[in-house]
Design a protein around this ligand. Structure first.
Ligand SMILES: [Zn+2]
Length: 303
């Protein structure tokens, strides 16, 4: 029974990836289109197409959500929209500052770019490192993908509604969680939530903010009426399938690290052992889990 389910899920993933590769985007709910990025690290082979990007279509306007890691990915999305829809791309929404999500902004120069109130600061903080990584892995493509920063902002606790024409989408800004500038997009019409990297599917979650805030953000997402979640990485799914594995991983990591600190175990020990029980559930686990321990342990040591 378990084996059958596993097989069915694998076949579903495979078909999803294949059809995505052919069609560039999938319409996962009426008017909601997603391009699924590849599960690659920012390392050898990085091509700027590793996260989910896409758009929501209203009667009068289109909102693009995340733009990919360079102008080529952004252009591909832009071209697909131009070939298939007459509505203009009025809005671009950045879910956070990570390089794979925002360096395609340059392809949408006529749109208003929305982000979290902390987004410019978060981008500036990482700009030097990202310029170097892009140059290293993307070569010439990087020089044609300068960073374009949002000009419209969403404050924490003050949702912003954007009207696409008979279709309202709601932008919500979070306290420090995956990063210090996480933004979600909720489509009122279909109840689809674009979570950005507050949700990872299949690949190991990244903590570049605060583990407690991350868990709280997921708990507050759990309280919303949601038909599907479009994660920052991986296949869209129901709310439970998206948030529960995240909560399991993050709370296991937090509990383990707290226990090691209480026992006087070192960071090195934590790097080897924390959240090991989650290893089989996630892709790219060894490298990313270690990065997470490096982020969380020093922070929790002072609590
Ligand atoms: Zn991210």
């Amino acid at each position: 029974m378990v084996l059958m389910r596993l097989l069915a899920t694998s076949v579903f993933f495979l078909l999803f990836y294949i059809s995505n590769a052919i069609a560039f985007v999938q319409e996962i709910s009426p008017g909601v289109f997603v391009h699924i990025g590849k599960h690659l690290d920012v390392d050898e082979g990085y091509d700027g197409d590793i996260c989910n990007i896409g758009f929501i279509v209203g009667d009068d306007a289109i909102a693009v959500i995340d733009t990919g890691g360079n102008y080529l990915v952004g252009n591909q999305l832009r071209q697909y929209i131009a070939e298939n829809f007459k509505q203009p791309i009025k809005y671009v929404i950045n879910t956070h500052a990570h390089l794979d999500h925002v360096y395609g902004n340059i392809s949408f120069d006529e749109a208003e770019i929305y982000g979290h109130e902390n987004l410019p600061k978060a981008m500036k903080l990482r700009a030097n490192i990202y310029d170097r990584l892009n140059e290293k892995y993307l070569g010439k493509i990087a020089s044609s993908s300068p960073l374009v920063v949002a000009t419209k902002f969403v404050e924490i606790g003050q949702d912003v509604n954007l009207d696409l024409g008979n279709r309202m989408i709601t932008l919500s800004a979070y306290l420090v969680a995956h990063t210090e500038a996480d933004l979600t997009v909720y489509d009122q019409k279909t109840q689809v939530l674009w979570s950005g990297d507050l949700v990872f599917k299949e690949r190991t979650p990244v903590i570049d903010g605060n583990i407690h805030g991350f868990i709280k953000a997921l708990q507050s997402i759990n309280e919303l009426q949601i038909s599907q979640i479009v994660p920052g990485h991986g296949i869209p799914s129901s709310k439970e399938y998206a948030t529960q594995p995240m909560l399991d991983y993050l709370s296991t990591l937090r509990d383990d690290i707290r226990q090691y600190i209480n026992e006087g175990q070192s960071l090195e020990y934590a790097l080897e052992h924390a959240a090991k029980s989650e290893k089989e559930k996630w892709l790219l686990f060894d490298i990313q889990n270690k990065r997470n321990v490096n982020q969380v342990y020093p922070m929790m040591e002072w609590e």
